[in-house]
Ligand binder design. Structure first.
Ligand code: NI
Length: 191
């Protein structure tokens, strides 16, 4: 078990498309997953993708804490889950904007538009394929982690430079910045 070093914005490994995991049962994959679980717990985050710990492989882990789950169908709290070789097979046309942090961009949040509902296929740690529906925050976390496997970061989805900020600044005047975010997305000029 080891806490791994997390690659931060500017590290080229975050920009690569990750390679498939050939054998989910391989000892080095088991070890990587174990270390990623320990690293995520240490960080206090909700998700971690292998490229963030310098392994360009198609694998991520995530959880949905009770505090973030709406309780709507497919948006319940989720225990820690390992997803290997994921494919997002369906995405809803309905989208929603919300702030997202990333362990590779510490202290910063970006307003990101995501599908409200998705369907994924993936392998678990035993190599068995599963299908999972997700909505709300659950769907957002999976889409965020999947983006890491494609070499895409939250800032790559930024549609307007005003929709990025330090967490403390965004928290300071949340109603104001929420209004700004809505105005920017409606294409209006913000006075
Ligand atoms: Ni991230």
């Amino acid at each position: 078990m080891a806490i791994l070093k997390i690659a931060r914005l500017g590290n080229p490994i975050l920009l690569q498309r990750a390679a498939p995991v050939m054998d989910p049962l391989a000892p080095e994959i088991r070890r990587l997953v174990t270390d990623m679980i320990e690293t995520l717990a240490d960080s206090g985050g909700v998700g971690l993708a292998a490229p963030q710990v310098h392994e360009s492989l198609r694998l991520f882990i995530y959880r949905v804490p009770e505090s973030r789950a709406s309780g709507a169908p497919d948006d319940e709290a989720q225990p820690l889950s390992v997803v290997i070789n994921p494919k997002i097979v369906e995405t809803s046309p309905a989208m929603v904007d919300d702030w997202e942090g990333c362990l590779s961009i510490p202290g910063i949040s970006v307003r990101v538009r995501r599908s409200t509902r998705i369907l994924i296929h993936g392998q678990d740690v035993s190599g068995a394929w599963f299908t999972r529906k997700a909505s709300g925050f659950h769907a957002r976390v999976i889409q965020h982690e999947f983006d890491h496997l494609e070499g895409l970061l939250t800032i790559g989805r930024l549609t307007d430079w005003r929709l990025i900020g330090f967490n403390e600044e965004i928290a300071r005047d949340r109603p104001c910045i929420e209004a700004l975010a809505v105005a920017v997305n409606e294409g209006g000029n913000v006075a």
